[in-house]
Design a binder for this molecule. Structure first.
Ligand code: ATP
Ligand code: MG
Length: 287
């Protein structure tokens, strides 16, 4: 069910950093279509050789993505296995990860832009929910920006990336590090991944988006993060009450009480960016 890509058809270019047990590179892929040679820019995810025993979970994440298709889901071209190297070949998304983008642009990102991105993410989550597919690693880092959009009215356009290696395989250290994205019920039972877990992570991601890509609970060590969940704490709510309500409903410690994706979309649609401007930034509305 996988497109196997020959190692010699891939070219590794500059590094984009590291992920969970992975190294990420820009690259290109050569293929022959209709007798013609095509070169496509791609993103290459290499599994760390020291974690080669995780190959099955690593490729499962890519497999999940190649079985379903949605405009806001990242395209996976295939995999390549060469000697000890396991590689996933996927679409290179132009503007990179959402968290980095928001941190770089800071306060210049309008609230209406953030709302657009949140609605697109809710839309793809709704698609997954209808198919009964759990993603398992929703966070701003895994939301990629295919199009920035501009002030003349073109919207941003996002692609949700693959979930990567599963939590049960990654181990406890990574799991604790993923607080407060990982749903609290997974801390003691990481194998019990369910649709409700993505709702919690969506709430955390919304919080990140509205806080300019700032990492929640930044600087806290794993034991402090664990304590945050043990105390049933919540992230500092945004000053926008309707948004704070939505984040709070997604990040409910009782999974059964979290909203459906349809409910999330309905609530997002009722949030009007101009209300926020009037509430939090009265100067902006007169500009
Ligand atoms: P995880 O499973 O934890 O998500 P990962 O292996 O997917 O780990 P990331 O940390 O998500 O690695 O990605 C590392 C960086 O690579 C991101 O911050 C982003 O800048 C870049 N990146 C990842 N995927 C793409 C892509 N498809 N297009 C462009 N840039 C990407
Ligand atoms: Mg990722």
């Amino acid at each position: 069910q996988f497109q196997m890509i020959k190692h010699e058809d891939l070219q590794l270019k500059e590094s984009l950093g590291q992920g969970s047990f992975t190294r990420i590179f820009k690259g290109s892929m050569t293929d022959i279509r209709d007798g013609e040679k095509h070169v496509t820019d791609v993103l290459l995810k290499l599994l760390d050789e020291s974690h080669n025993k995780c190959w099955e979970s690593f490729f499962n994440a890519a497999s999940l993505m190649s079985q379903i298709s949605h405009k806001h889901l990242l395209l996976v071209y295939g995999i390549s296995v060469h000697r000890y190297q396991n590689i996933v070949v996927q679409e290179l998304v132009k503007c990179g990860a959402l968290d980095l983008y928001l941190r770089k642009r800071g306060r210049s990102v309008p609230v209406s832009w953030k709302l657009d991105v949140a609605k697109q993410l809710a839309c793809v989550l709704n698609f997954l929910e209808e198919k009964n597919i759990v993603h398992g690693n929703i966070c701003a880092k895994n939301v990629l920006l295919a199009r920035e959009g501009d002030s003349s009215g073109t919207s941003p356009f996002i692609k949700l990336s693959d979930p990567g290696i599963g939590l049960t395989v990654l181990g406890r250290e990574v799991l604790l590090d993923r607080i407060p994205w990982v749903a609290p019920e997974l801390v003691e039972a990481p194998e019990s991944l369910e649709l409700g877990c993505d709702k919690w992570s969506f709430g955390t991601t919304l919080w990140e988006i509205y806080n300019g890509g700032k990492a929640p609970l930044q600087g806290q060590d794993p034991q402090q993060k664990l304590q945050f969940y043990k105390n049933l704490e919540q992230l500092p709510p945004p000053e926008w009450p309707e948004l704070a309500d939505l984040i709070g409903r997604c990040m409910d410690y009782e999974p059964a009480l979290r909203p459906s994706c349809r409910g999330i979309i309905r609530q997002l649609n009722s949030l009007i960016a101009s209300d926020y401007v009037l509430l939090c930034d009265p100067q902006a509305s007169t500009a």
